[in-house]
Ligand binder design. Structure first.
Ligand SMILES: [Zn+2]
Length: 182
C-alpha cells in the first residue's frame, strides 16, 4: 500500500523504445494479476507530457491518486486482495486487485477523476476478470479535455499544440492547488 517517495524520482528523459517496453511489461503484469487474483483489476498511471516521466511532481500527483483510491475501496467496503505500486523511470504504476463488480469500480473511479481538479491528471483503468478494459467512451462519457484549452486532449497531443513545459507548469499549479489547505 506504499506511496512512492518523491525525492527518489529518476528525473531522466526516457526513450520511445523504453516507453514501448514499459507498456508491454504493464500489459503482461496485468495479465499476471488477473490470472493470479481472478478479480477486478484497477491500474493507476499518469499521462505525463515530455520525456521525463518520473519526477517529484509526477510522484506527488501519483501519491494523491493512490491515496484517493485506497479511501475509495475502504469507503465502498470492498475487499482489496492485493495492492502494489511500482516506481519506474517510465512513470509510476499502481495495481489493485479488488473483490468488487468491475462496472461499479469504474463508476467510482470516474467519480474520483471528475470530482476534484487534480483527478484529471490520474489515468485509472479498470479491467474485469476477463481482462476487458472498461473505457470512458463505452460509458457514454465525453473524452478527456486538454489541460490548457477546451479541445479533446488527444487532438492537442497529436498536433503538439502546447509545449510540455506549458503542460507541466499547469500540472504543477494543479498539484499546488490540491495540496494547499482551503
Ligand atoms: Zn489544448
Amino acid at each position: 500500500m506504499s506511496r512512492v517517495p518523491p525525492e527518489l524520482a529518476a528525473n531522466r528523459a526516457v526513450s520511445l523504445p523504453e516507453l514501448l517496453t514499459s507498456r508491454e511489461c504493464r500489459q503482461a503484469r496485468q495479465q499476471a494479476w488477473l490470472s493470479q487474483h481472478q478479480s477486478t483489476l484497477l491500474v493507476l498511471t499518469l499521462v505525463v507530457p515530455g520525456a521525463i516521466k518520473d519526477s517529484g511532481l509526477t510522484r506527488n500527483i501519483f501519491n494523491l491518486g493512490w491515496l484517493a483510491l485506497q479511501q475509495m475501496w475502504r469507503q465502498q467496503g470492498w475487499q482489496c486482495l492485493h495492492a502494489e505500486t511500482l516506481a519506474l523511470s517510465t512513470g509510476c504504476e499502481g495495481f489493485m486487485a479488488l473483490h468488487a463488480d468491475a462496472q461499479r469500480v469504474k463508476d467510482c473511479a470516474i467519480q474520483l477523476e471528475v470530482q476534484q481538479p487534480i483527478g484529471r491528471l490520474w489515468d485509472i483503468d479498470v479491467l474485469d476478470t476477463q481482462g476487458r478494459i472498461l473505457s470512458r467512451r463505452s460509458l457514454g462519457l465525453a473524452e478527456r479535455r486538454c489541460l490548457l484549452c477546451s479541445q479533446p486532449a488527444k487532438i492537442c497531443a497529436r498536433q503538439r499544440r502546447h509545449s510540455s513545459d506549458e503542460l507541466l507548469q499547469e500540472m504543477e499549479r494543479m498539484l499546488n492547488d490540491a495540496l494547499s489547505p482551503r
